[in-house]
Write a protein that binds this ligand. Structure first.
Ligand SMILES: Cc1ncc(COP(=O)(O)O)c(C=O)c1O
Length: 411
C-alpha cells in the first residue's frame, strides 16, 4: 500500500502532540532521529495498564496473568517487527544503551586478554562505549574508519579483522548522516573468524524494513521511542545464544532466554505501548499476518520519508555556504536523515529555527566520532533534520523558507 502525503496528513490526527503550536503556528517536528511522537493508540495502551492492571508477574490471580500477557504480546510484536523467528529471541530493557552495556558485560566475561573488538567511527556512542569499556578487561579495541562520503570504510574494517577478532559492533544506519551500511560483508568477515556481531539497528528500525534472520547477525538492538513507541530498549538475539552468556542477573530470576539479560520488574505499561506502536505501524501495510503487514508498511513509509528527504536536500543545495554530509540522496537504501555543516557553525541556525517552532537537532547526536572524522568538531557539528511518517511536504517547504530567510538575514 502506498503511503502518500495524503496518508501523512490523515495520520497526523493520530498524534496529539502534533496539535501543539508556537505563536499560532504548528510545531514542526523534524527531530525524529532523536525520538518520535506517539499516536493515541500507544498512549491508550500505556494508560490502560496503569488504569486496569499495574501488578507484578507470577501471581496466581488474573491481573498478574494479564501482566504476563502484556509482556508476551510485546515480545511477539517485536519479533514480527524485527523478523525474528521466535518471540523467545526478544529481550527488553530500559533503553538500547543500557541493554548494550549489559550485553557487553556478559560477553566481556568470556573474552581473553588480547581478544580484539572492532567498533566503527560511524556508530552512535551507544554501540561503542559498551565495547570500549571492555578494554578494562584486556580487550584490544580497533576502530573502522569513516570515508569522507559518510560511508563506512569496509576495506579498512576488513583489514582489521583477524584470528583475534572476537566481536564486531556496527550500526546499519547512521543517526547522524542517514548512511545505511550493508551488513553482509561484515557478517562474512565475522563468520570467517568466528566473531560475534552486534548490530545497532536503532535508526534503521525506525525507517526501513528489517529482517533479523536474513541479516544473520548475533545480536541486534533497537529502541521503541524511535518508532512511535515508549522508551524501551529491544535486544534480539540469535536463537540459543543468550543462554550461553553470563549476564548480570539475580539467582532468583528466570535464567533462560529471553529473561536471562532482563533484570528487575519490566515496564509493563511501556511494553503495552511497544505492542501498540508496532500494531499502529502494521496497519499501514497489507498482508496475511502482522509480519507481512509490518514489512509492507515499513517499505511504504521508507519510500514516503525518502521523498521528503530528497525534497529537503534539493532545497538545501540551493542555499549558500552549506555543506551537506552523508551519502547522496539517490543512494538506496538510505535513511531519511539529512545533515549539513557550515564553516560559521550551525548552532545559530538551529536556535533561530527552534525559536520559530522548527524542532531540529544540531551537534553530534552522540555520533561523536562521525563529527570528529569529518573534521566538523570545531564548527559545532551538524544540523540534522530527520523525517517521520507524520511529516509533510508542506512542512519541508516551510522549513526551507525559514532557513532561506534566516540565512538571508545574515545568521
Ligand atoms: C543509532 C542510535 N543508536 C543508539 C541509540 C541509543 O538508544 P537509547 O536512547 O535507547 O539508549 C540512539 C539514540 O539516539 C541512536 O540514534
Amino acid at each position: 500500500m502506498a503511503f502518500t502525503a495524503a496518508s501523512a496528513a490523515a495520520a497526523r490526527a493520530d498524534f496529539p502532540a502534533l496539535a501543539r503550536h508556537m505563536n499560532g503556528t504548528p510545531l514542526a517536528w523534524f527531530d525524529a532521529p532523536g525520538g518520535t511522537q506517539v499516536p493515541q493508540a500507544v498512549i491508550d495502551a500505556v494508560s490502560r495498564v496503569y488504569r486496569d492492571c499495574n501488578v507484578n508477574l507470577g501471581g496466581l490471580f488474573d491481573t498478574s496473568r494479564e501482566a504476563g500477557e502484556v509482556v508476551a504480546a510485546a515480545r511477539a510484536a517485536a519479533a514480527d517487527f524485527l523478523g525474528a523467528a521466535s518471540p523467545a529471541q526478544i529481550s527488553f530493557g530500559a533503553n538500547m544503551t543500557t541493554l548494550n552495556f549489559a550485553l557487553a558485560r556478559a560477553l566481556g566475561r568470556r573474552l581473553q586478554v588480547g581478544d580484539e573488538i572492532i567498533v566503527t567511527a560511524l556508530d552512535h556512542e551507544a554501540n561503542r562505549g559498551p565495547w570500549l569499556s571492555l578494554a578494562e578487561r584486556g580487550a584490544v579495541i580497533l576502530e573502522a574508519r569513516l570515508k569522507s562520503d559518510g560511508t563506512l570504510d569496509l576495506d579498512h574494517l576488513a583489514s582489521l579483522v583477524g584470528p583475534r577478532t572476537a566481536i564486531i559492533a556496527a550500526g546499519i544506519a547512521s543517526n547522524a548522516l542517514g548512511t545505511v551500511t550493508p551488513f553482509a560483508p561484515i557478517r562474512e568477515l565475522a563468520q570467517a573468524y568466528d566473531a560475534l556481531t552486534i548490530v545497532d539497528a536503532v535508526h534503521h528500525a525506525a525507517h526501513l524494513p528489517l529482517d533479523f534472520e536474513a541479516l544473520g547477525c548475533d545480536f541486534l538492538l533497537c529502541s521503541a521511542y524511535k518508532f512511535y513507541g515508549p522508551h524501551v530498549g529491544v535486544l534480539c538475539s540469535r536463537a540459543g545464544l543468550l543462554d550461553t552468556l553470563e549476564p548480570d542477573r539475580l539467582s532468583v530470576q528466570h535464567q533462560a532466554a529471553p529473561h536471562r539479560i532482563e533484570t528487575g520488574t519490566p515496564n509493563f505499561a511501556a511494553l503495552a505501548g511497544v505492542t501498540a506502536a508496532i500494531d499502529y505501524l502494521a496497519a499501514f501495510g497489507a498482508g496475511a499476518d502482522r509480519r507481512e503487514r509490518v514489512l509492507d508498511a515499513m517499505q511504504s513509509l521508507a519510500d514516503y520519508e525518502h521523498g521528503l528527504a530528497v525534497q529537503y536536500a534539493t532545497g538545501l543545495d540551493a542555499l549558500p555556504d552549506l555543506m551537506r554530509h552523508g551519502p547522496p540522496l539517490d543512494t538506496w537504501p538510505r535513511a531519511p536523515t539529512v545533515s549539513f555543516a557550515r564553516a560559521r557553525g550551525v548552532a545559530p541556525l538551529a536556535a533561530a529555527l527552534g525559536a520559530q517552532g522548527f524542532q531540529v537537532w544540531h551537534g553530534h547526536f552522540y555520533a561523536r566520532r562521525v563529527v570528529e572524522s569529518l573534521g566538523l568538531a570545531d564548527q559545532g557539528g551538524l544540523l540534522r533534520v530527520g523525517f517521520a511518517l507524520y511529516n509533510t511536504p508542506q512542512e519541508v517547504d516551510r522549513l526551507l523558507d525559514a532557513l532561506r530567510t534566516v540565512i538571508a538575514d545574515g545568521l
